[in-house]
Design a protein around this ligand. Structure first.
Ligand SMILES: NC(=O)c1ccc[n+]([C@@H]2O[C@H](COP(=O)([O-])OP(=O)(O)OC[C@H]3O[C@@H](n4cnc5c(N)ncnc54)[C@H](O)[C@@H]3O)[C@@H](O)[C@H]2O)c1
Ligand SMILES: [Zn+2]
Length: 401
């Protein structure tokens, strides 16, 4: 069939497509169905826990071929974990073919900043003989999930990726997303792919070994999603700030789960998982957060930068007369009670920080669209920023510190 064929037969066969015929070419719209899976568990590598096994579809010799990459920070604080993983794989050797030893990769933002790490992961994937139906299980914080996901999206144009999230940040937000990115040219997440993982596993038992600092980081994203979507959830965070700081696992995990579900639903129900439209409804506070991470050379973690970003944008919303004084006060107090500092000395370079707006605009594709609040749980988009008021918002936080 010729590509410029406009015959009735051709049209009949293509009725499910919307098509338009150009003098020399065709245009068609098509859609694909994706499956997204988010699983909650404890002790995922316990020999009696079948969750992981149930996710693996056998491909060759009735086995699933699997390679495992793990965050060095997780290994350093869980001395038995690699042995447990090996024991799990050996215990299920009739169903799993382990492609190699468990590979330890550098944790934290370093893995996204140093591109050699991605090359090494790709080299492993090649040497292990993984195919498109093999599985890469990546265990780690948001940075490791991003970088391994980035490599795995490239190899064979995509290998099945199972993310085992080990931080409050990845369990509440990043692991449910479909983005896999690394940093380049001093820009956060400049290189990346949209890829839907095979599955995401939130294992709450892995959170125990987090440092206090990393434990609290993910809660800025929980606050963010509550501010955007759920006033009651915000109220529960307010009630539990002390429990969160005291590392009360049941209280914390229940809030993380709610956040995870909102992020999961955003991908599966919102209609724009690959961010083709201008708006980034869940990127509240992120234009400055990404810039602050870069300005501090990643001394600020993503969660800490998001807390400041939320404080900047809620203060701006208050100065613009959209958000009431009392709600502004509740938000700032909650972030502080969670333990976040809402000012960093680099914020004195206000003009440089405001460049984050241009970079956000560029990243969106030209038109600035920033989520703002007119109340807790009542977001709306703005397309212009009053830079004088934004400077005032930043100064307000400096005075607060
Ligand atoms: N893809 C997305 O949609 C998306 C969304 C939000 C954030 N992110 C990215 O996630 C990253 C931040 O993730 P993060 O906050 O998880 O930080 P992180 O991945 O940098 O991890 C923080 C530290 O904790 C260590 N660690 C991880 N799990 C541990 C555990 N269970 N016990 C002990 N130590 C552990 C790591 O080695 C690291 O040193 C940023 O790069 C951010 O851009 C991506
Ligand atoms: Zn974020």
């Amino acid at each position: 069939m010729r590509y410029d064929d406009n015959s009735l037969d051709y049209q009949k066969n293509q009725t499910h497509l919307q098509k338009k015929v150009y003098p020399a070419g065709l245009e068609a719209t098509f859609s694909l169905e994706y499956k997204h899976r988010l699983m909650f568990t404890r002790n995922v590598f316990d020999p009696d826990n079948s969750l992981l096994l149930d996710l693996l579809e056998p491909t060759r010799d009735n086995k699933a071929k699997v390679a495992v990459f793990i965050d060095s920070g997780v290994v350093n604080t869980n001395s038995m974990l690699i042995d447990q993983i090996n024991a799990f794989m050996q215990g299920h050797a009739s169903q799993i073919e382990l492609a190699s030893d468990v590979q330890v990769v550098p944790g934290s933002e370093e893995i996204k900043n140093v591109h050699r790490n991605v090359e090494l992961i790709l080299k492993d994937v090649s040497q292990f003989g993984l195919c498109r139906k093999s599985y890469v299980i990546v265990i780690g914080g948001g940075a490791v999930l991003d970088a391994v996901g980035f490599a795995v999206s490239m190899a064979h144009r995509g290998i099945r990726l199972i993310r085992v999230a080990t931080t409050t940040m990845s369990q509440s937000d990043s692991a449910m997303g479909v983005k896999n990115s690394i940093n380049a040219f001093e820009k956060k997440n400049f290189l990346g792919f949209f890829t839907v993982p095979w599955a995401v596993i939130n294992d709450e038992s892995l959170l125990k070994s987090l440092s206090d600092r990393d434990w609290v980081q993910g809660f800025s994203e929980v606050v963010k999603v509550a501010l955007l979507k759920d006033k009651d959830l915000f109220g529960r965070i307010e009630e539990h700030t002390a429990h969160i700081r005291d590392r009360n696992v049941p209280a914390a995990v229940s809030l993380i789960r709610e956040s995870a579900k909102y992020h999961f639903e955003h991908i599966t129900l919102n209609g724009d998982p690959f961010e083709l439209q201008d708006a980034r409804p869940l990127d509240f506070g992120h234009w400055s957060a990404h810039k602050l991470e870069q300005m501090t050379h990643f001394e600020l973690g993503h969660g800490e930068a998001v807390a400041i970003g939320l404080a900047i944008d809620t203060t701006y919303a208050n100065l613009m007369g959209w958000l009431s004084d009392s709600e502004h006060h509740r938000i700032i107090t909650t972030l502080q009670q969670l333990g976040f500092k809402l000012f960093h000395p680099v914020m004195e370079h206000t003009s440089y920080l405001l460049k984050g707006l241009d970079e956000f605009r560029e990243h969106l594709g030209g038109k600035l669209t920033i989520p703002m609040l007119r109340g807790i749980g009542e977001p709306f988009d703005v397309h212009e920023i009053d830079t004088e008021q934004m400077r005032n918002a930043i100064t307000y936080l400096a005075d607060l510190s």
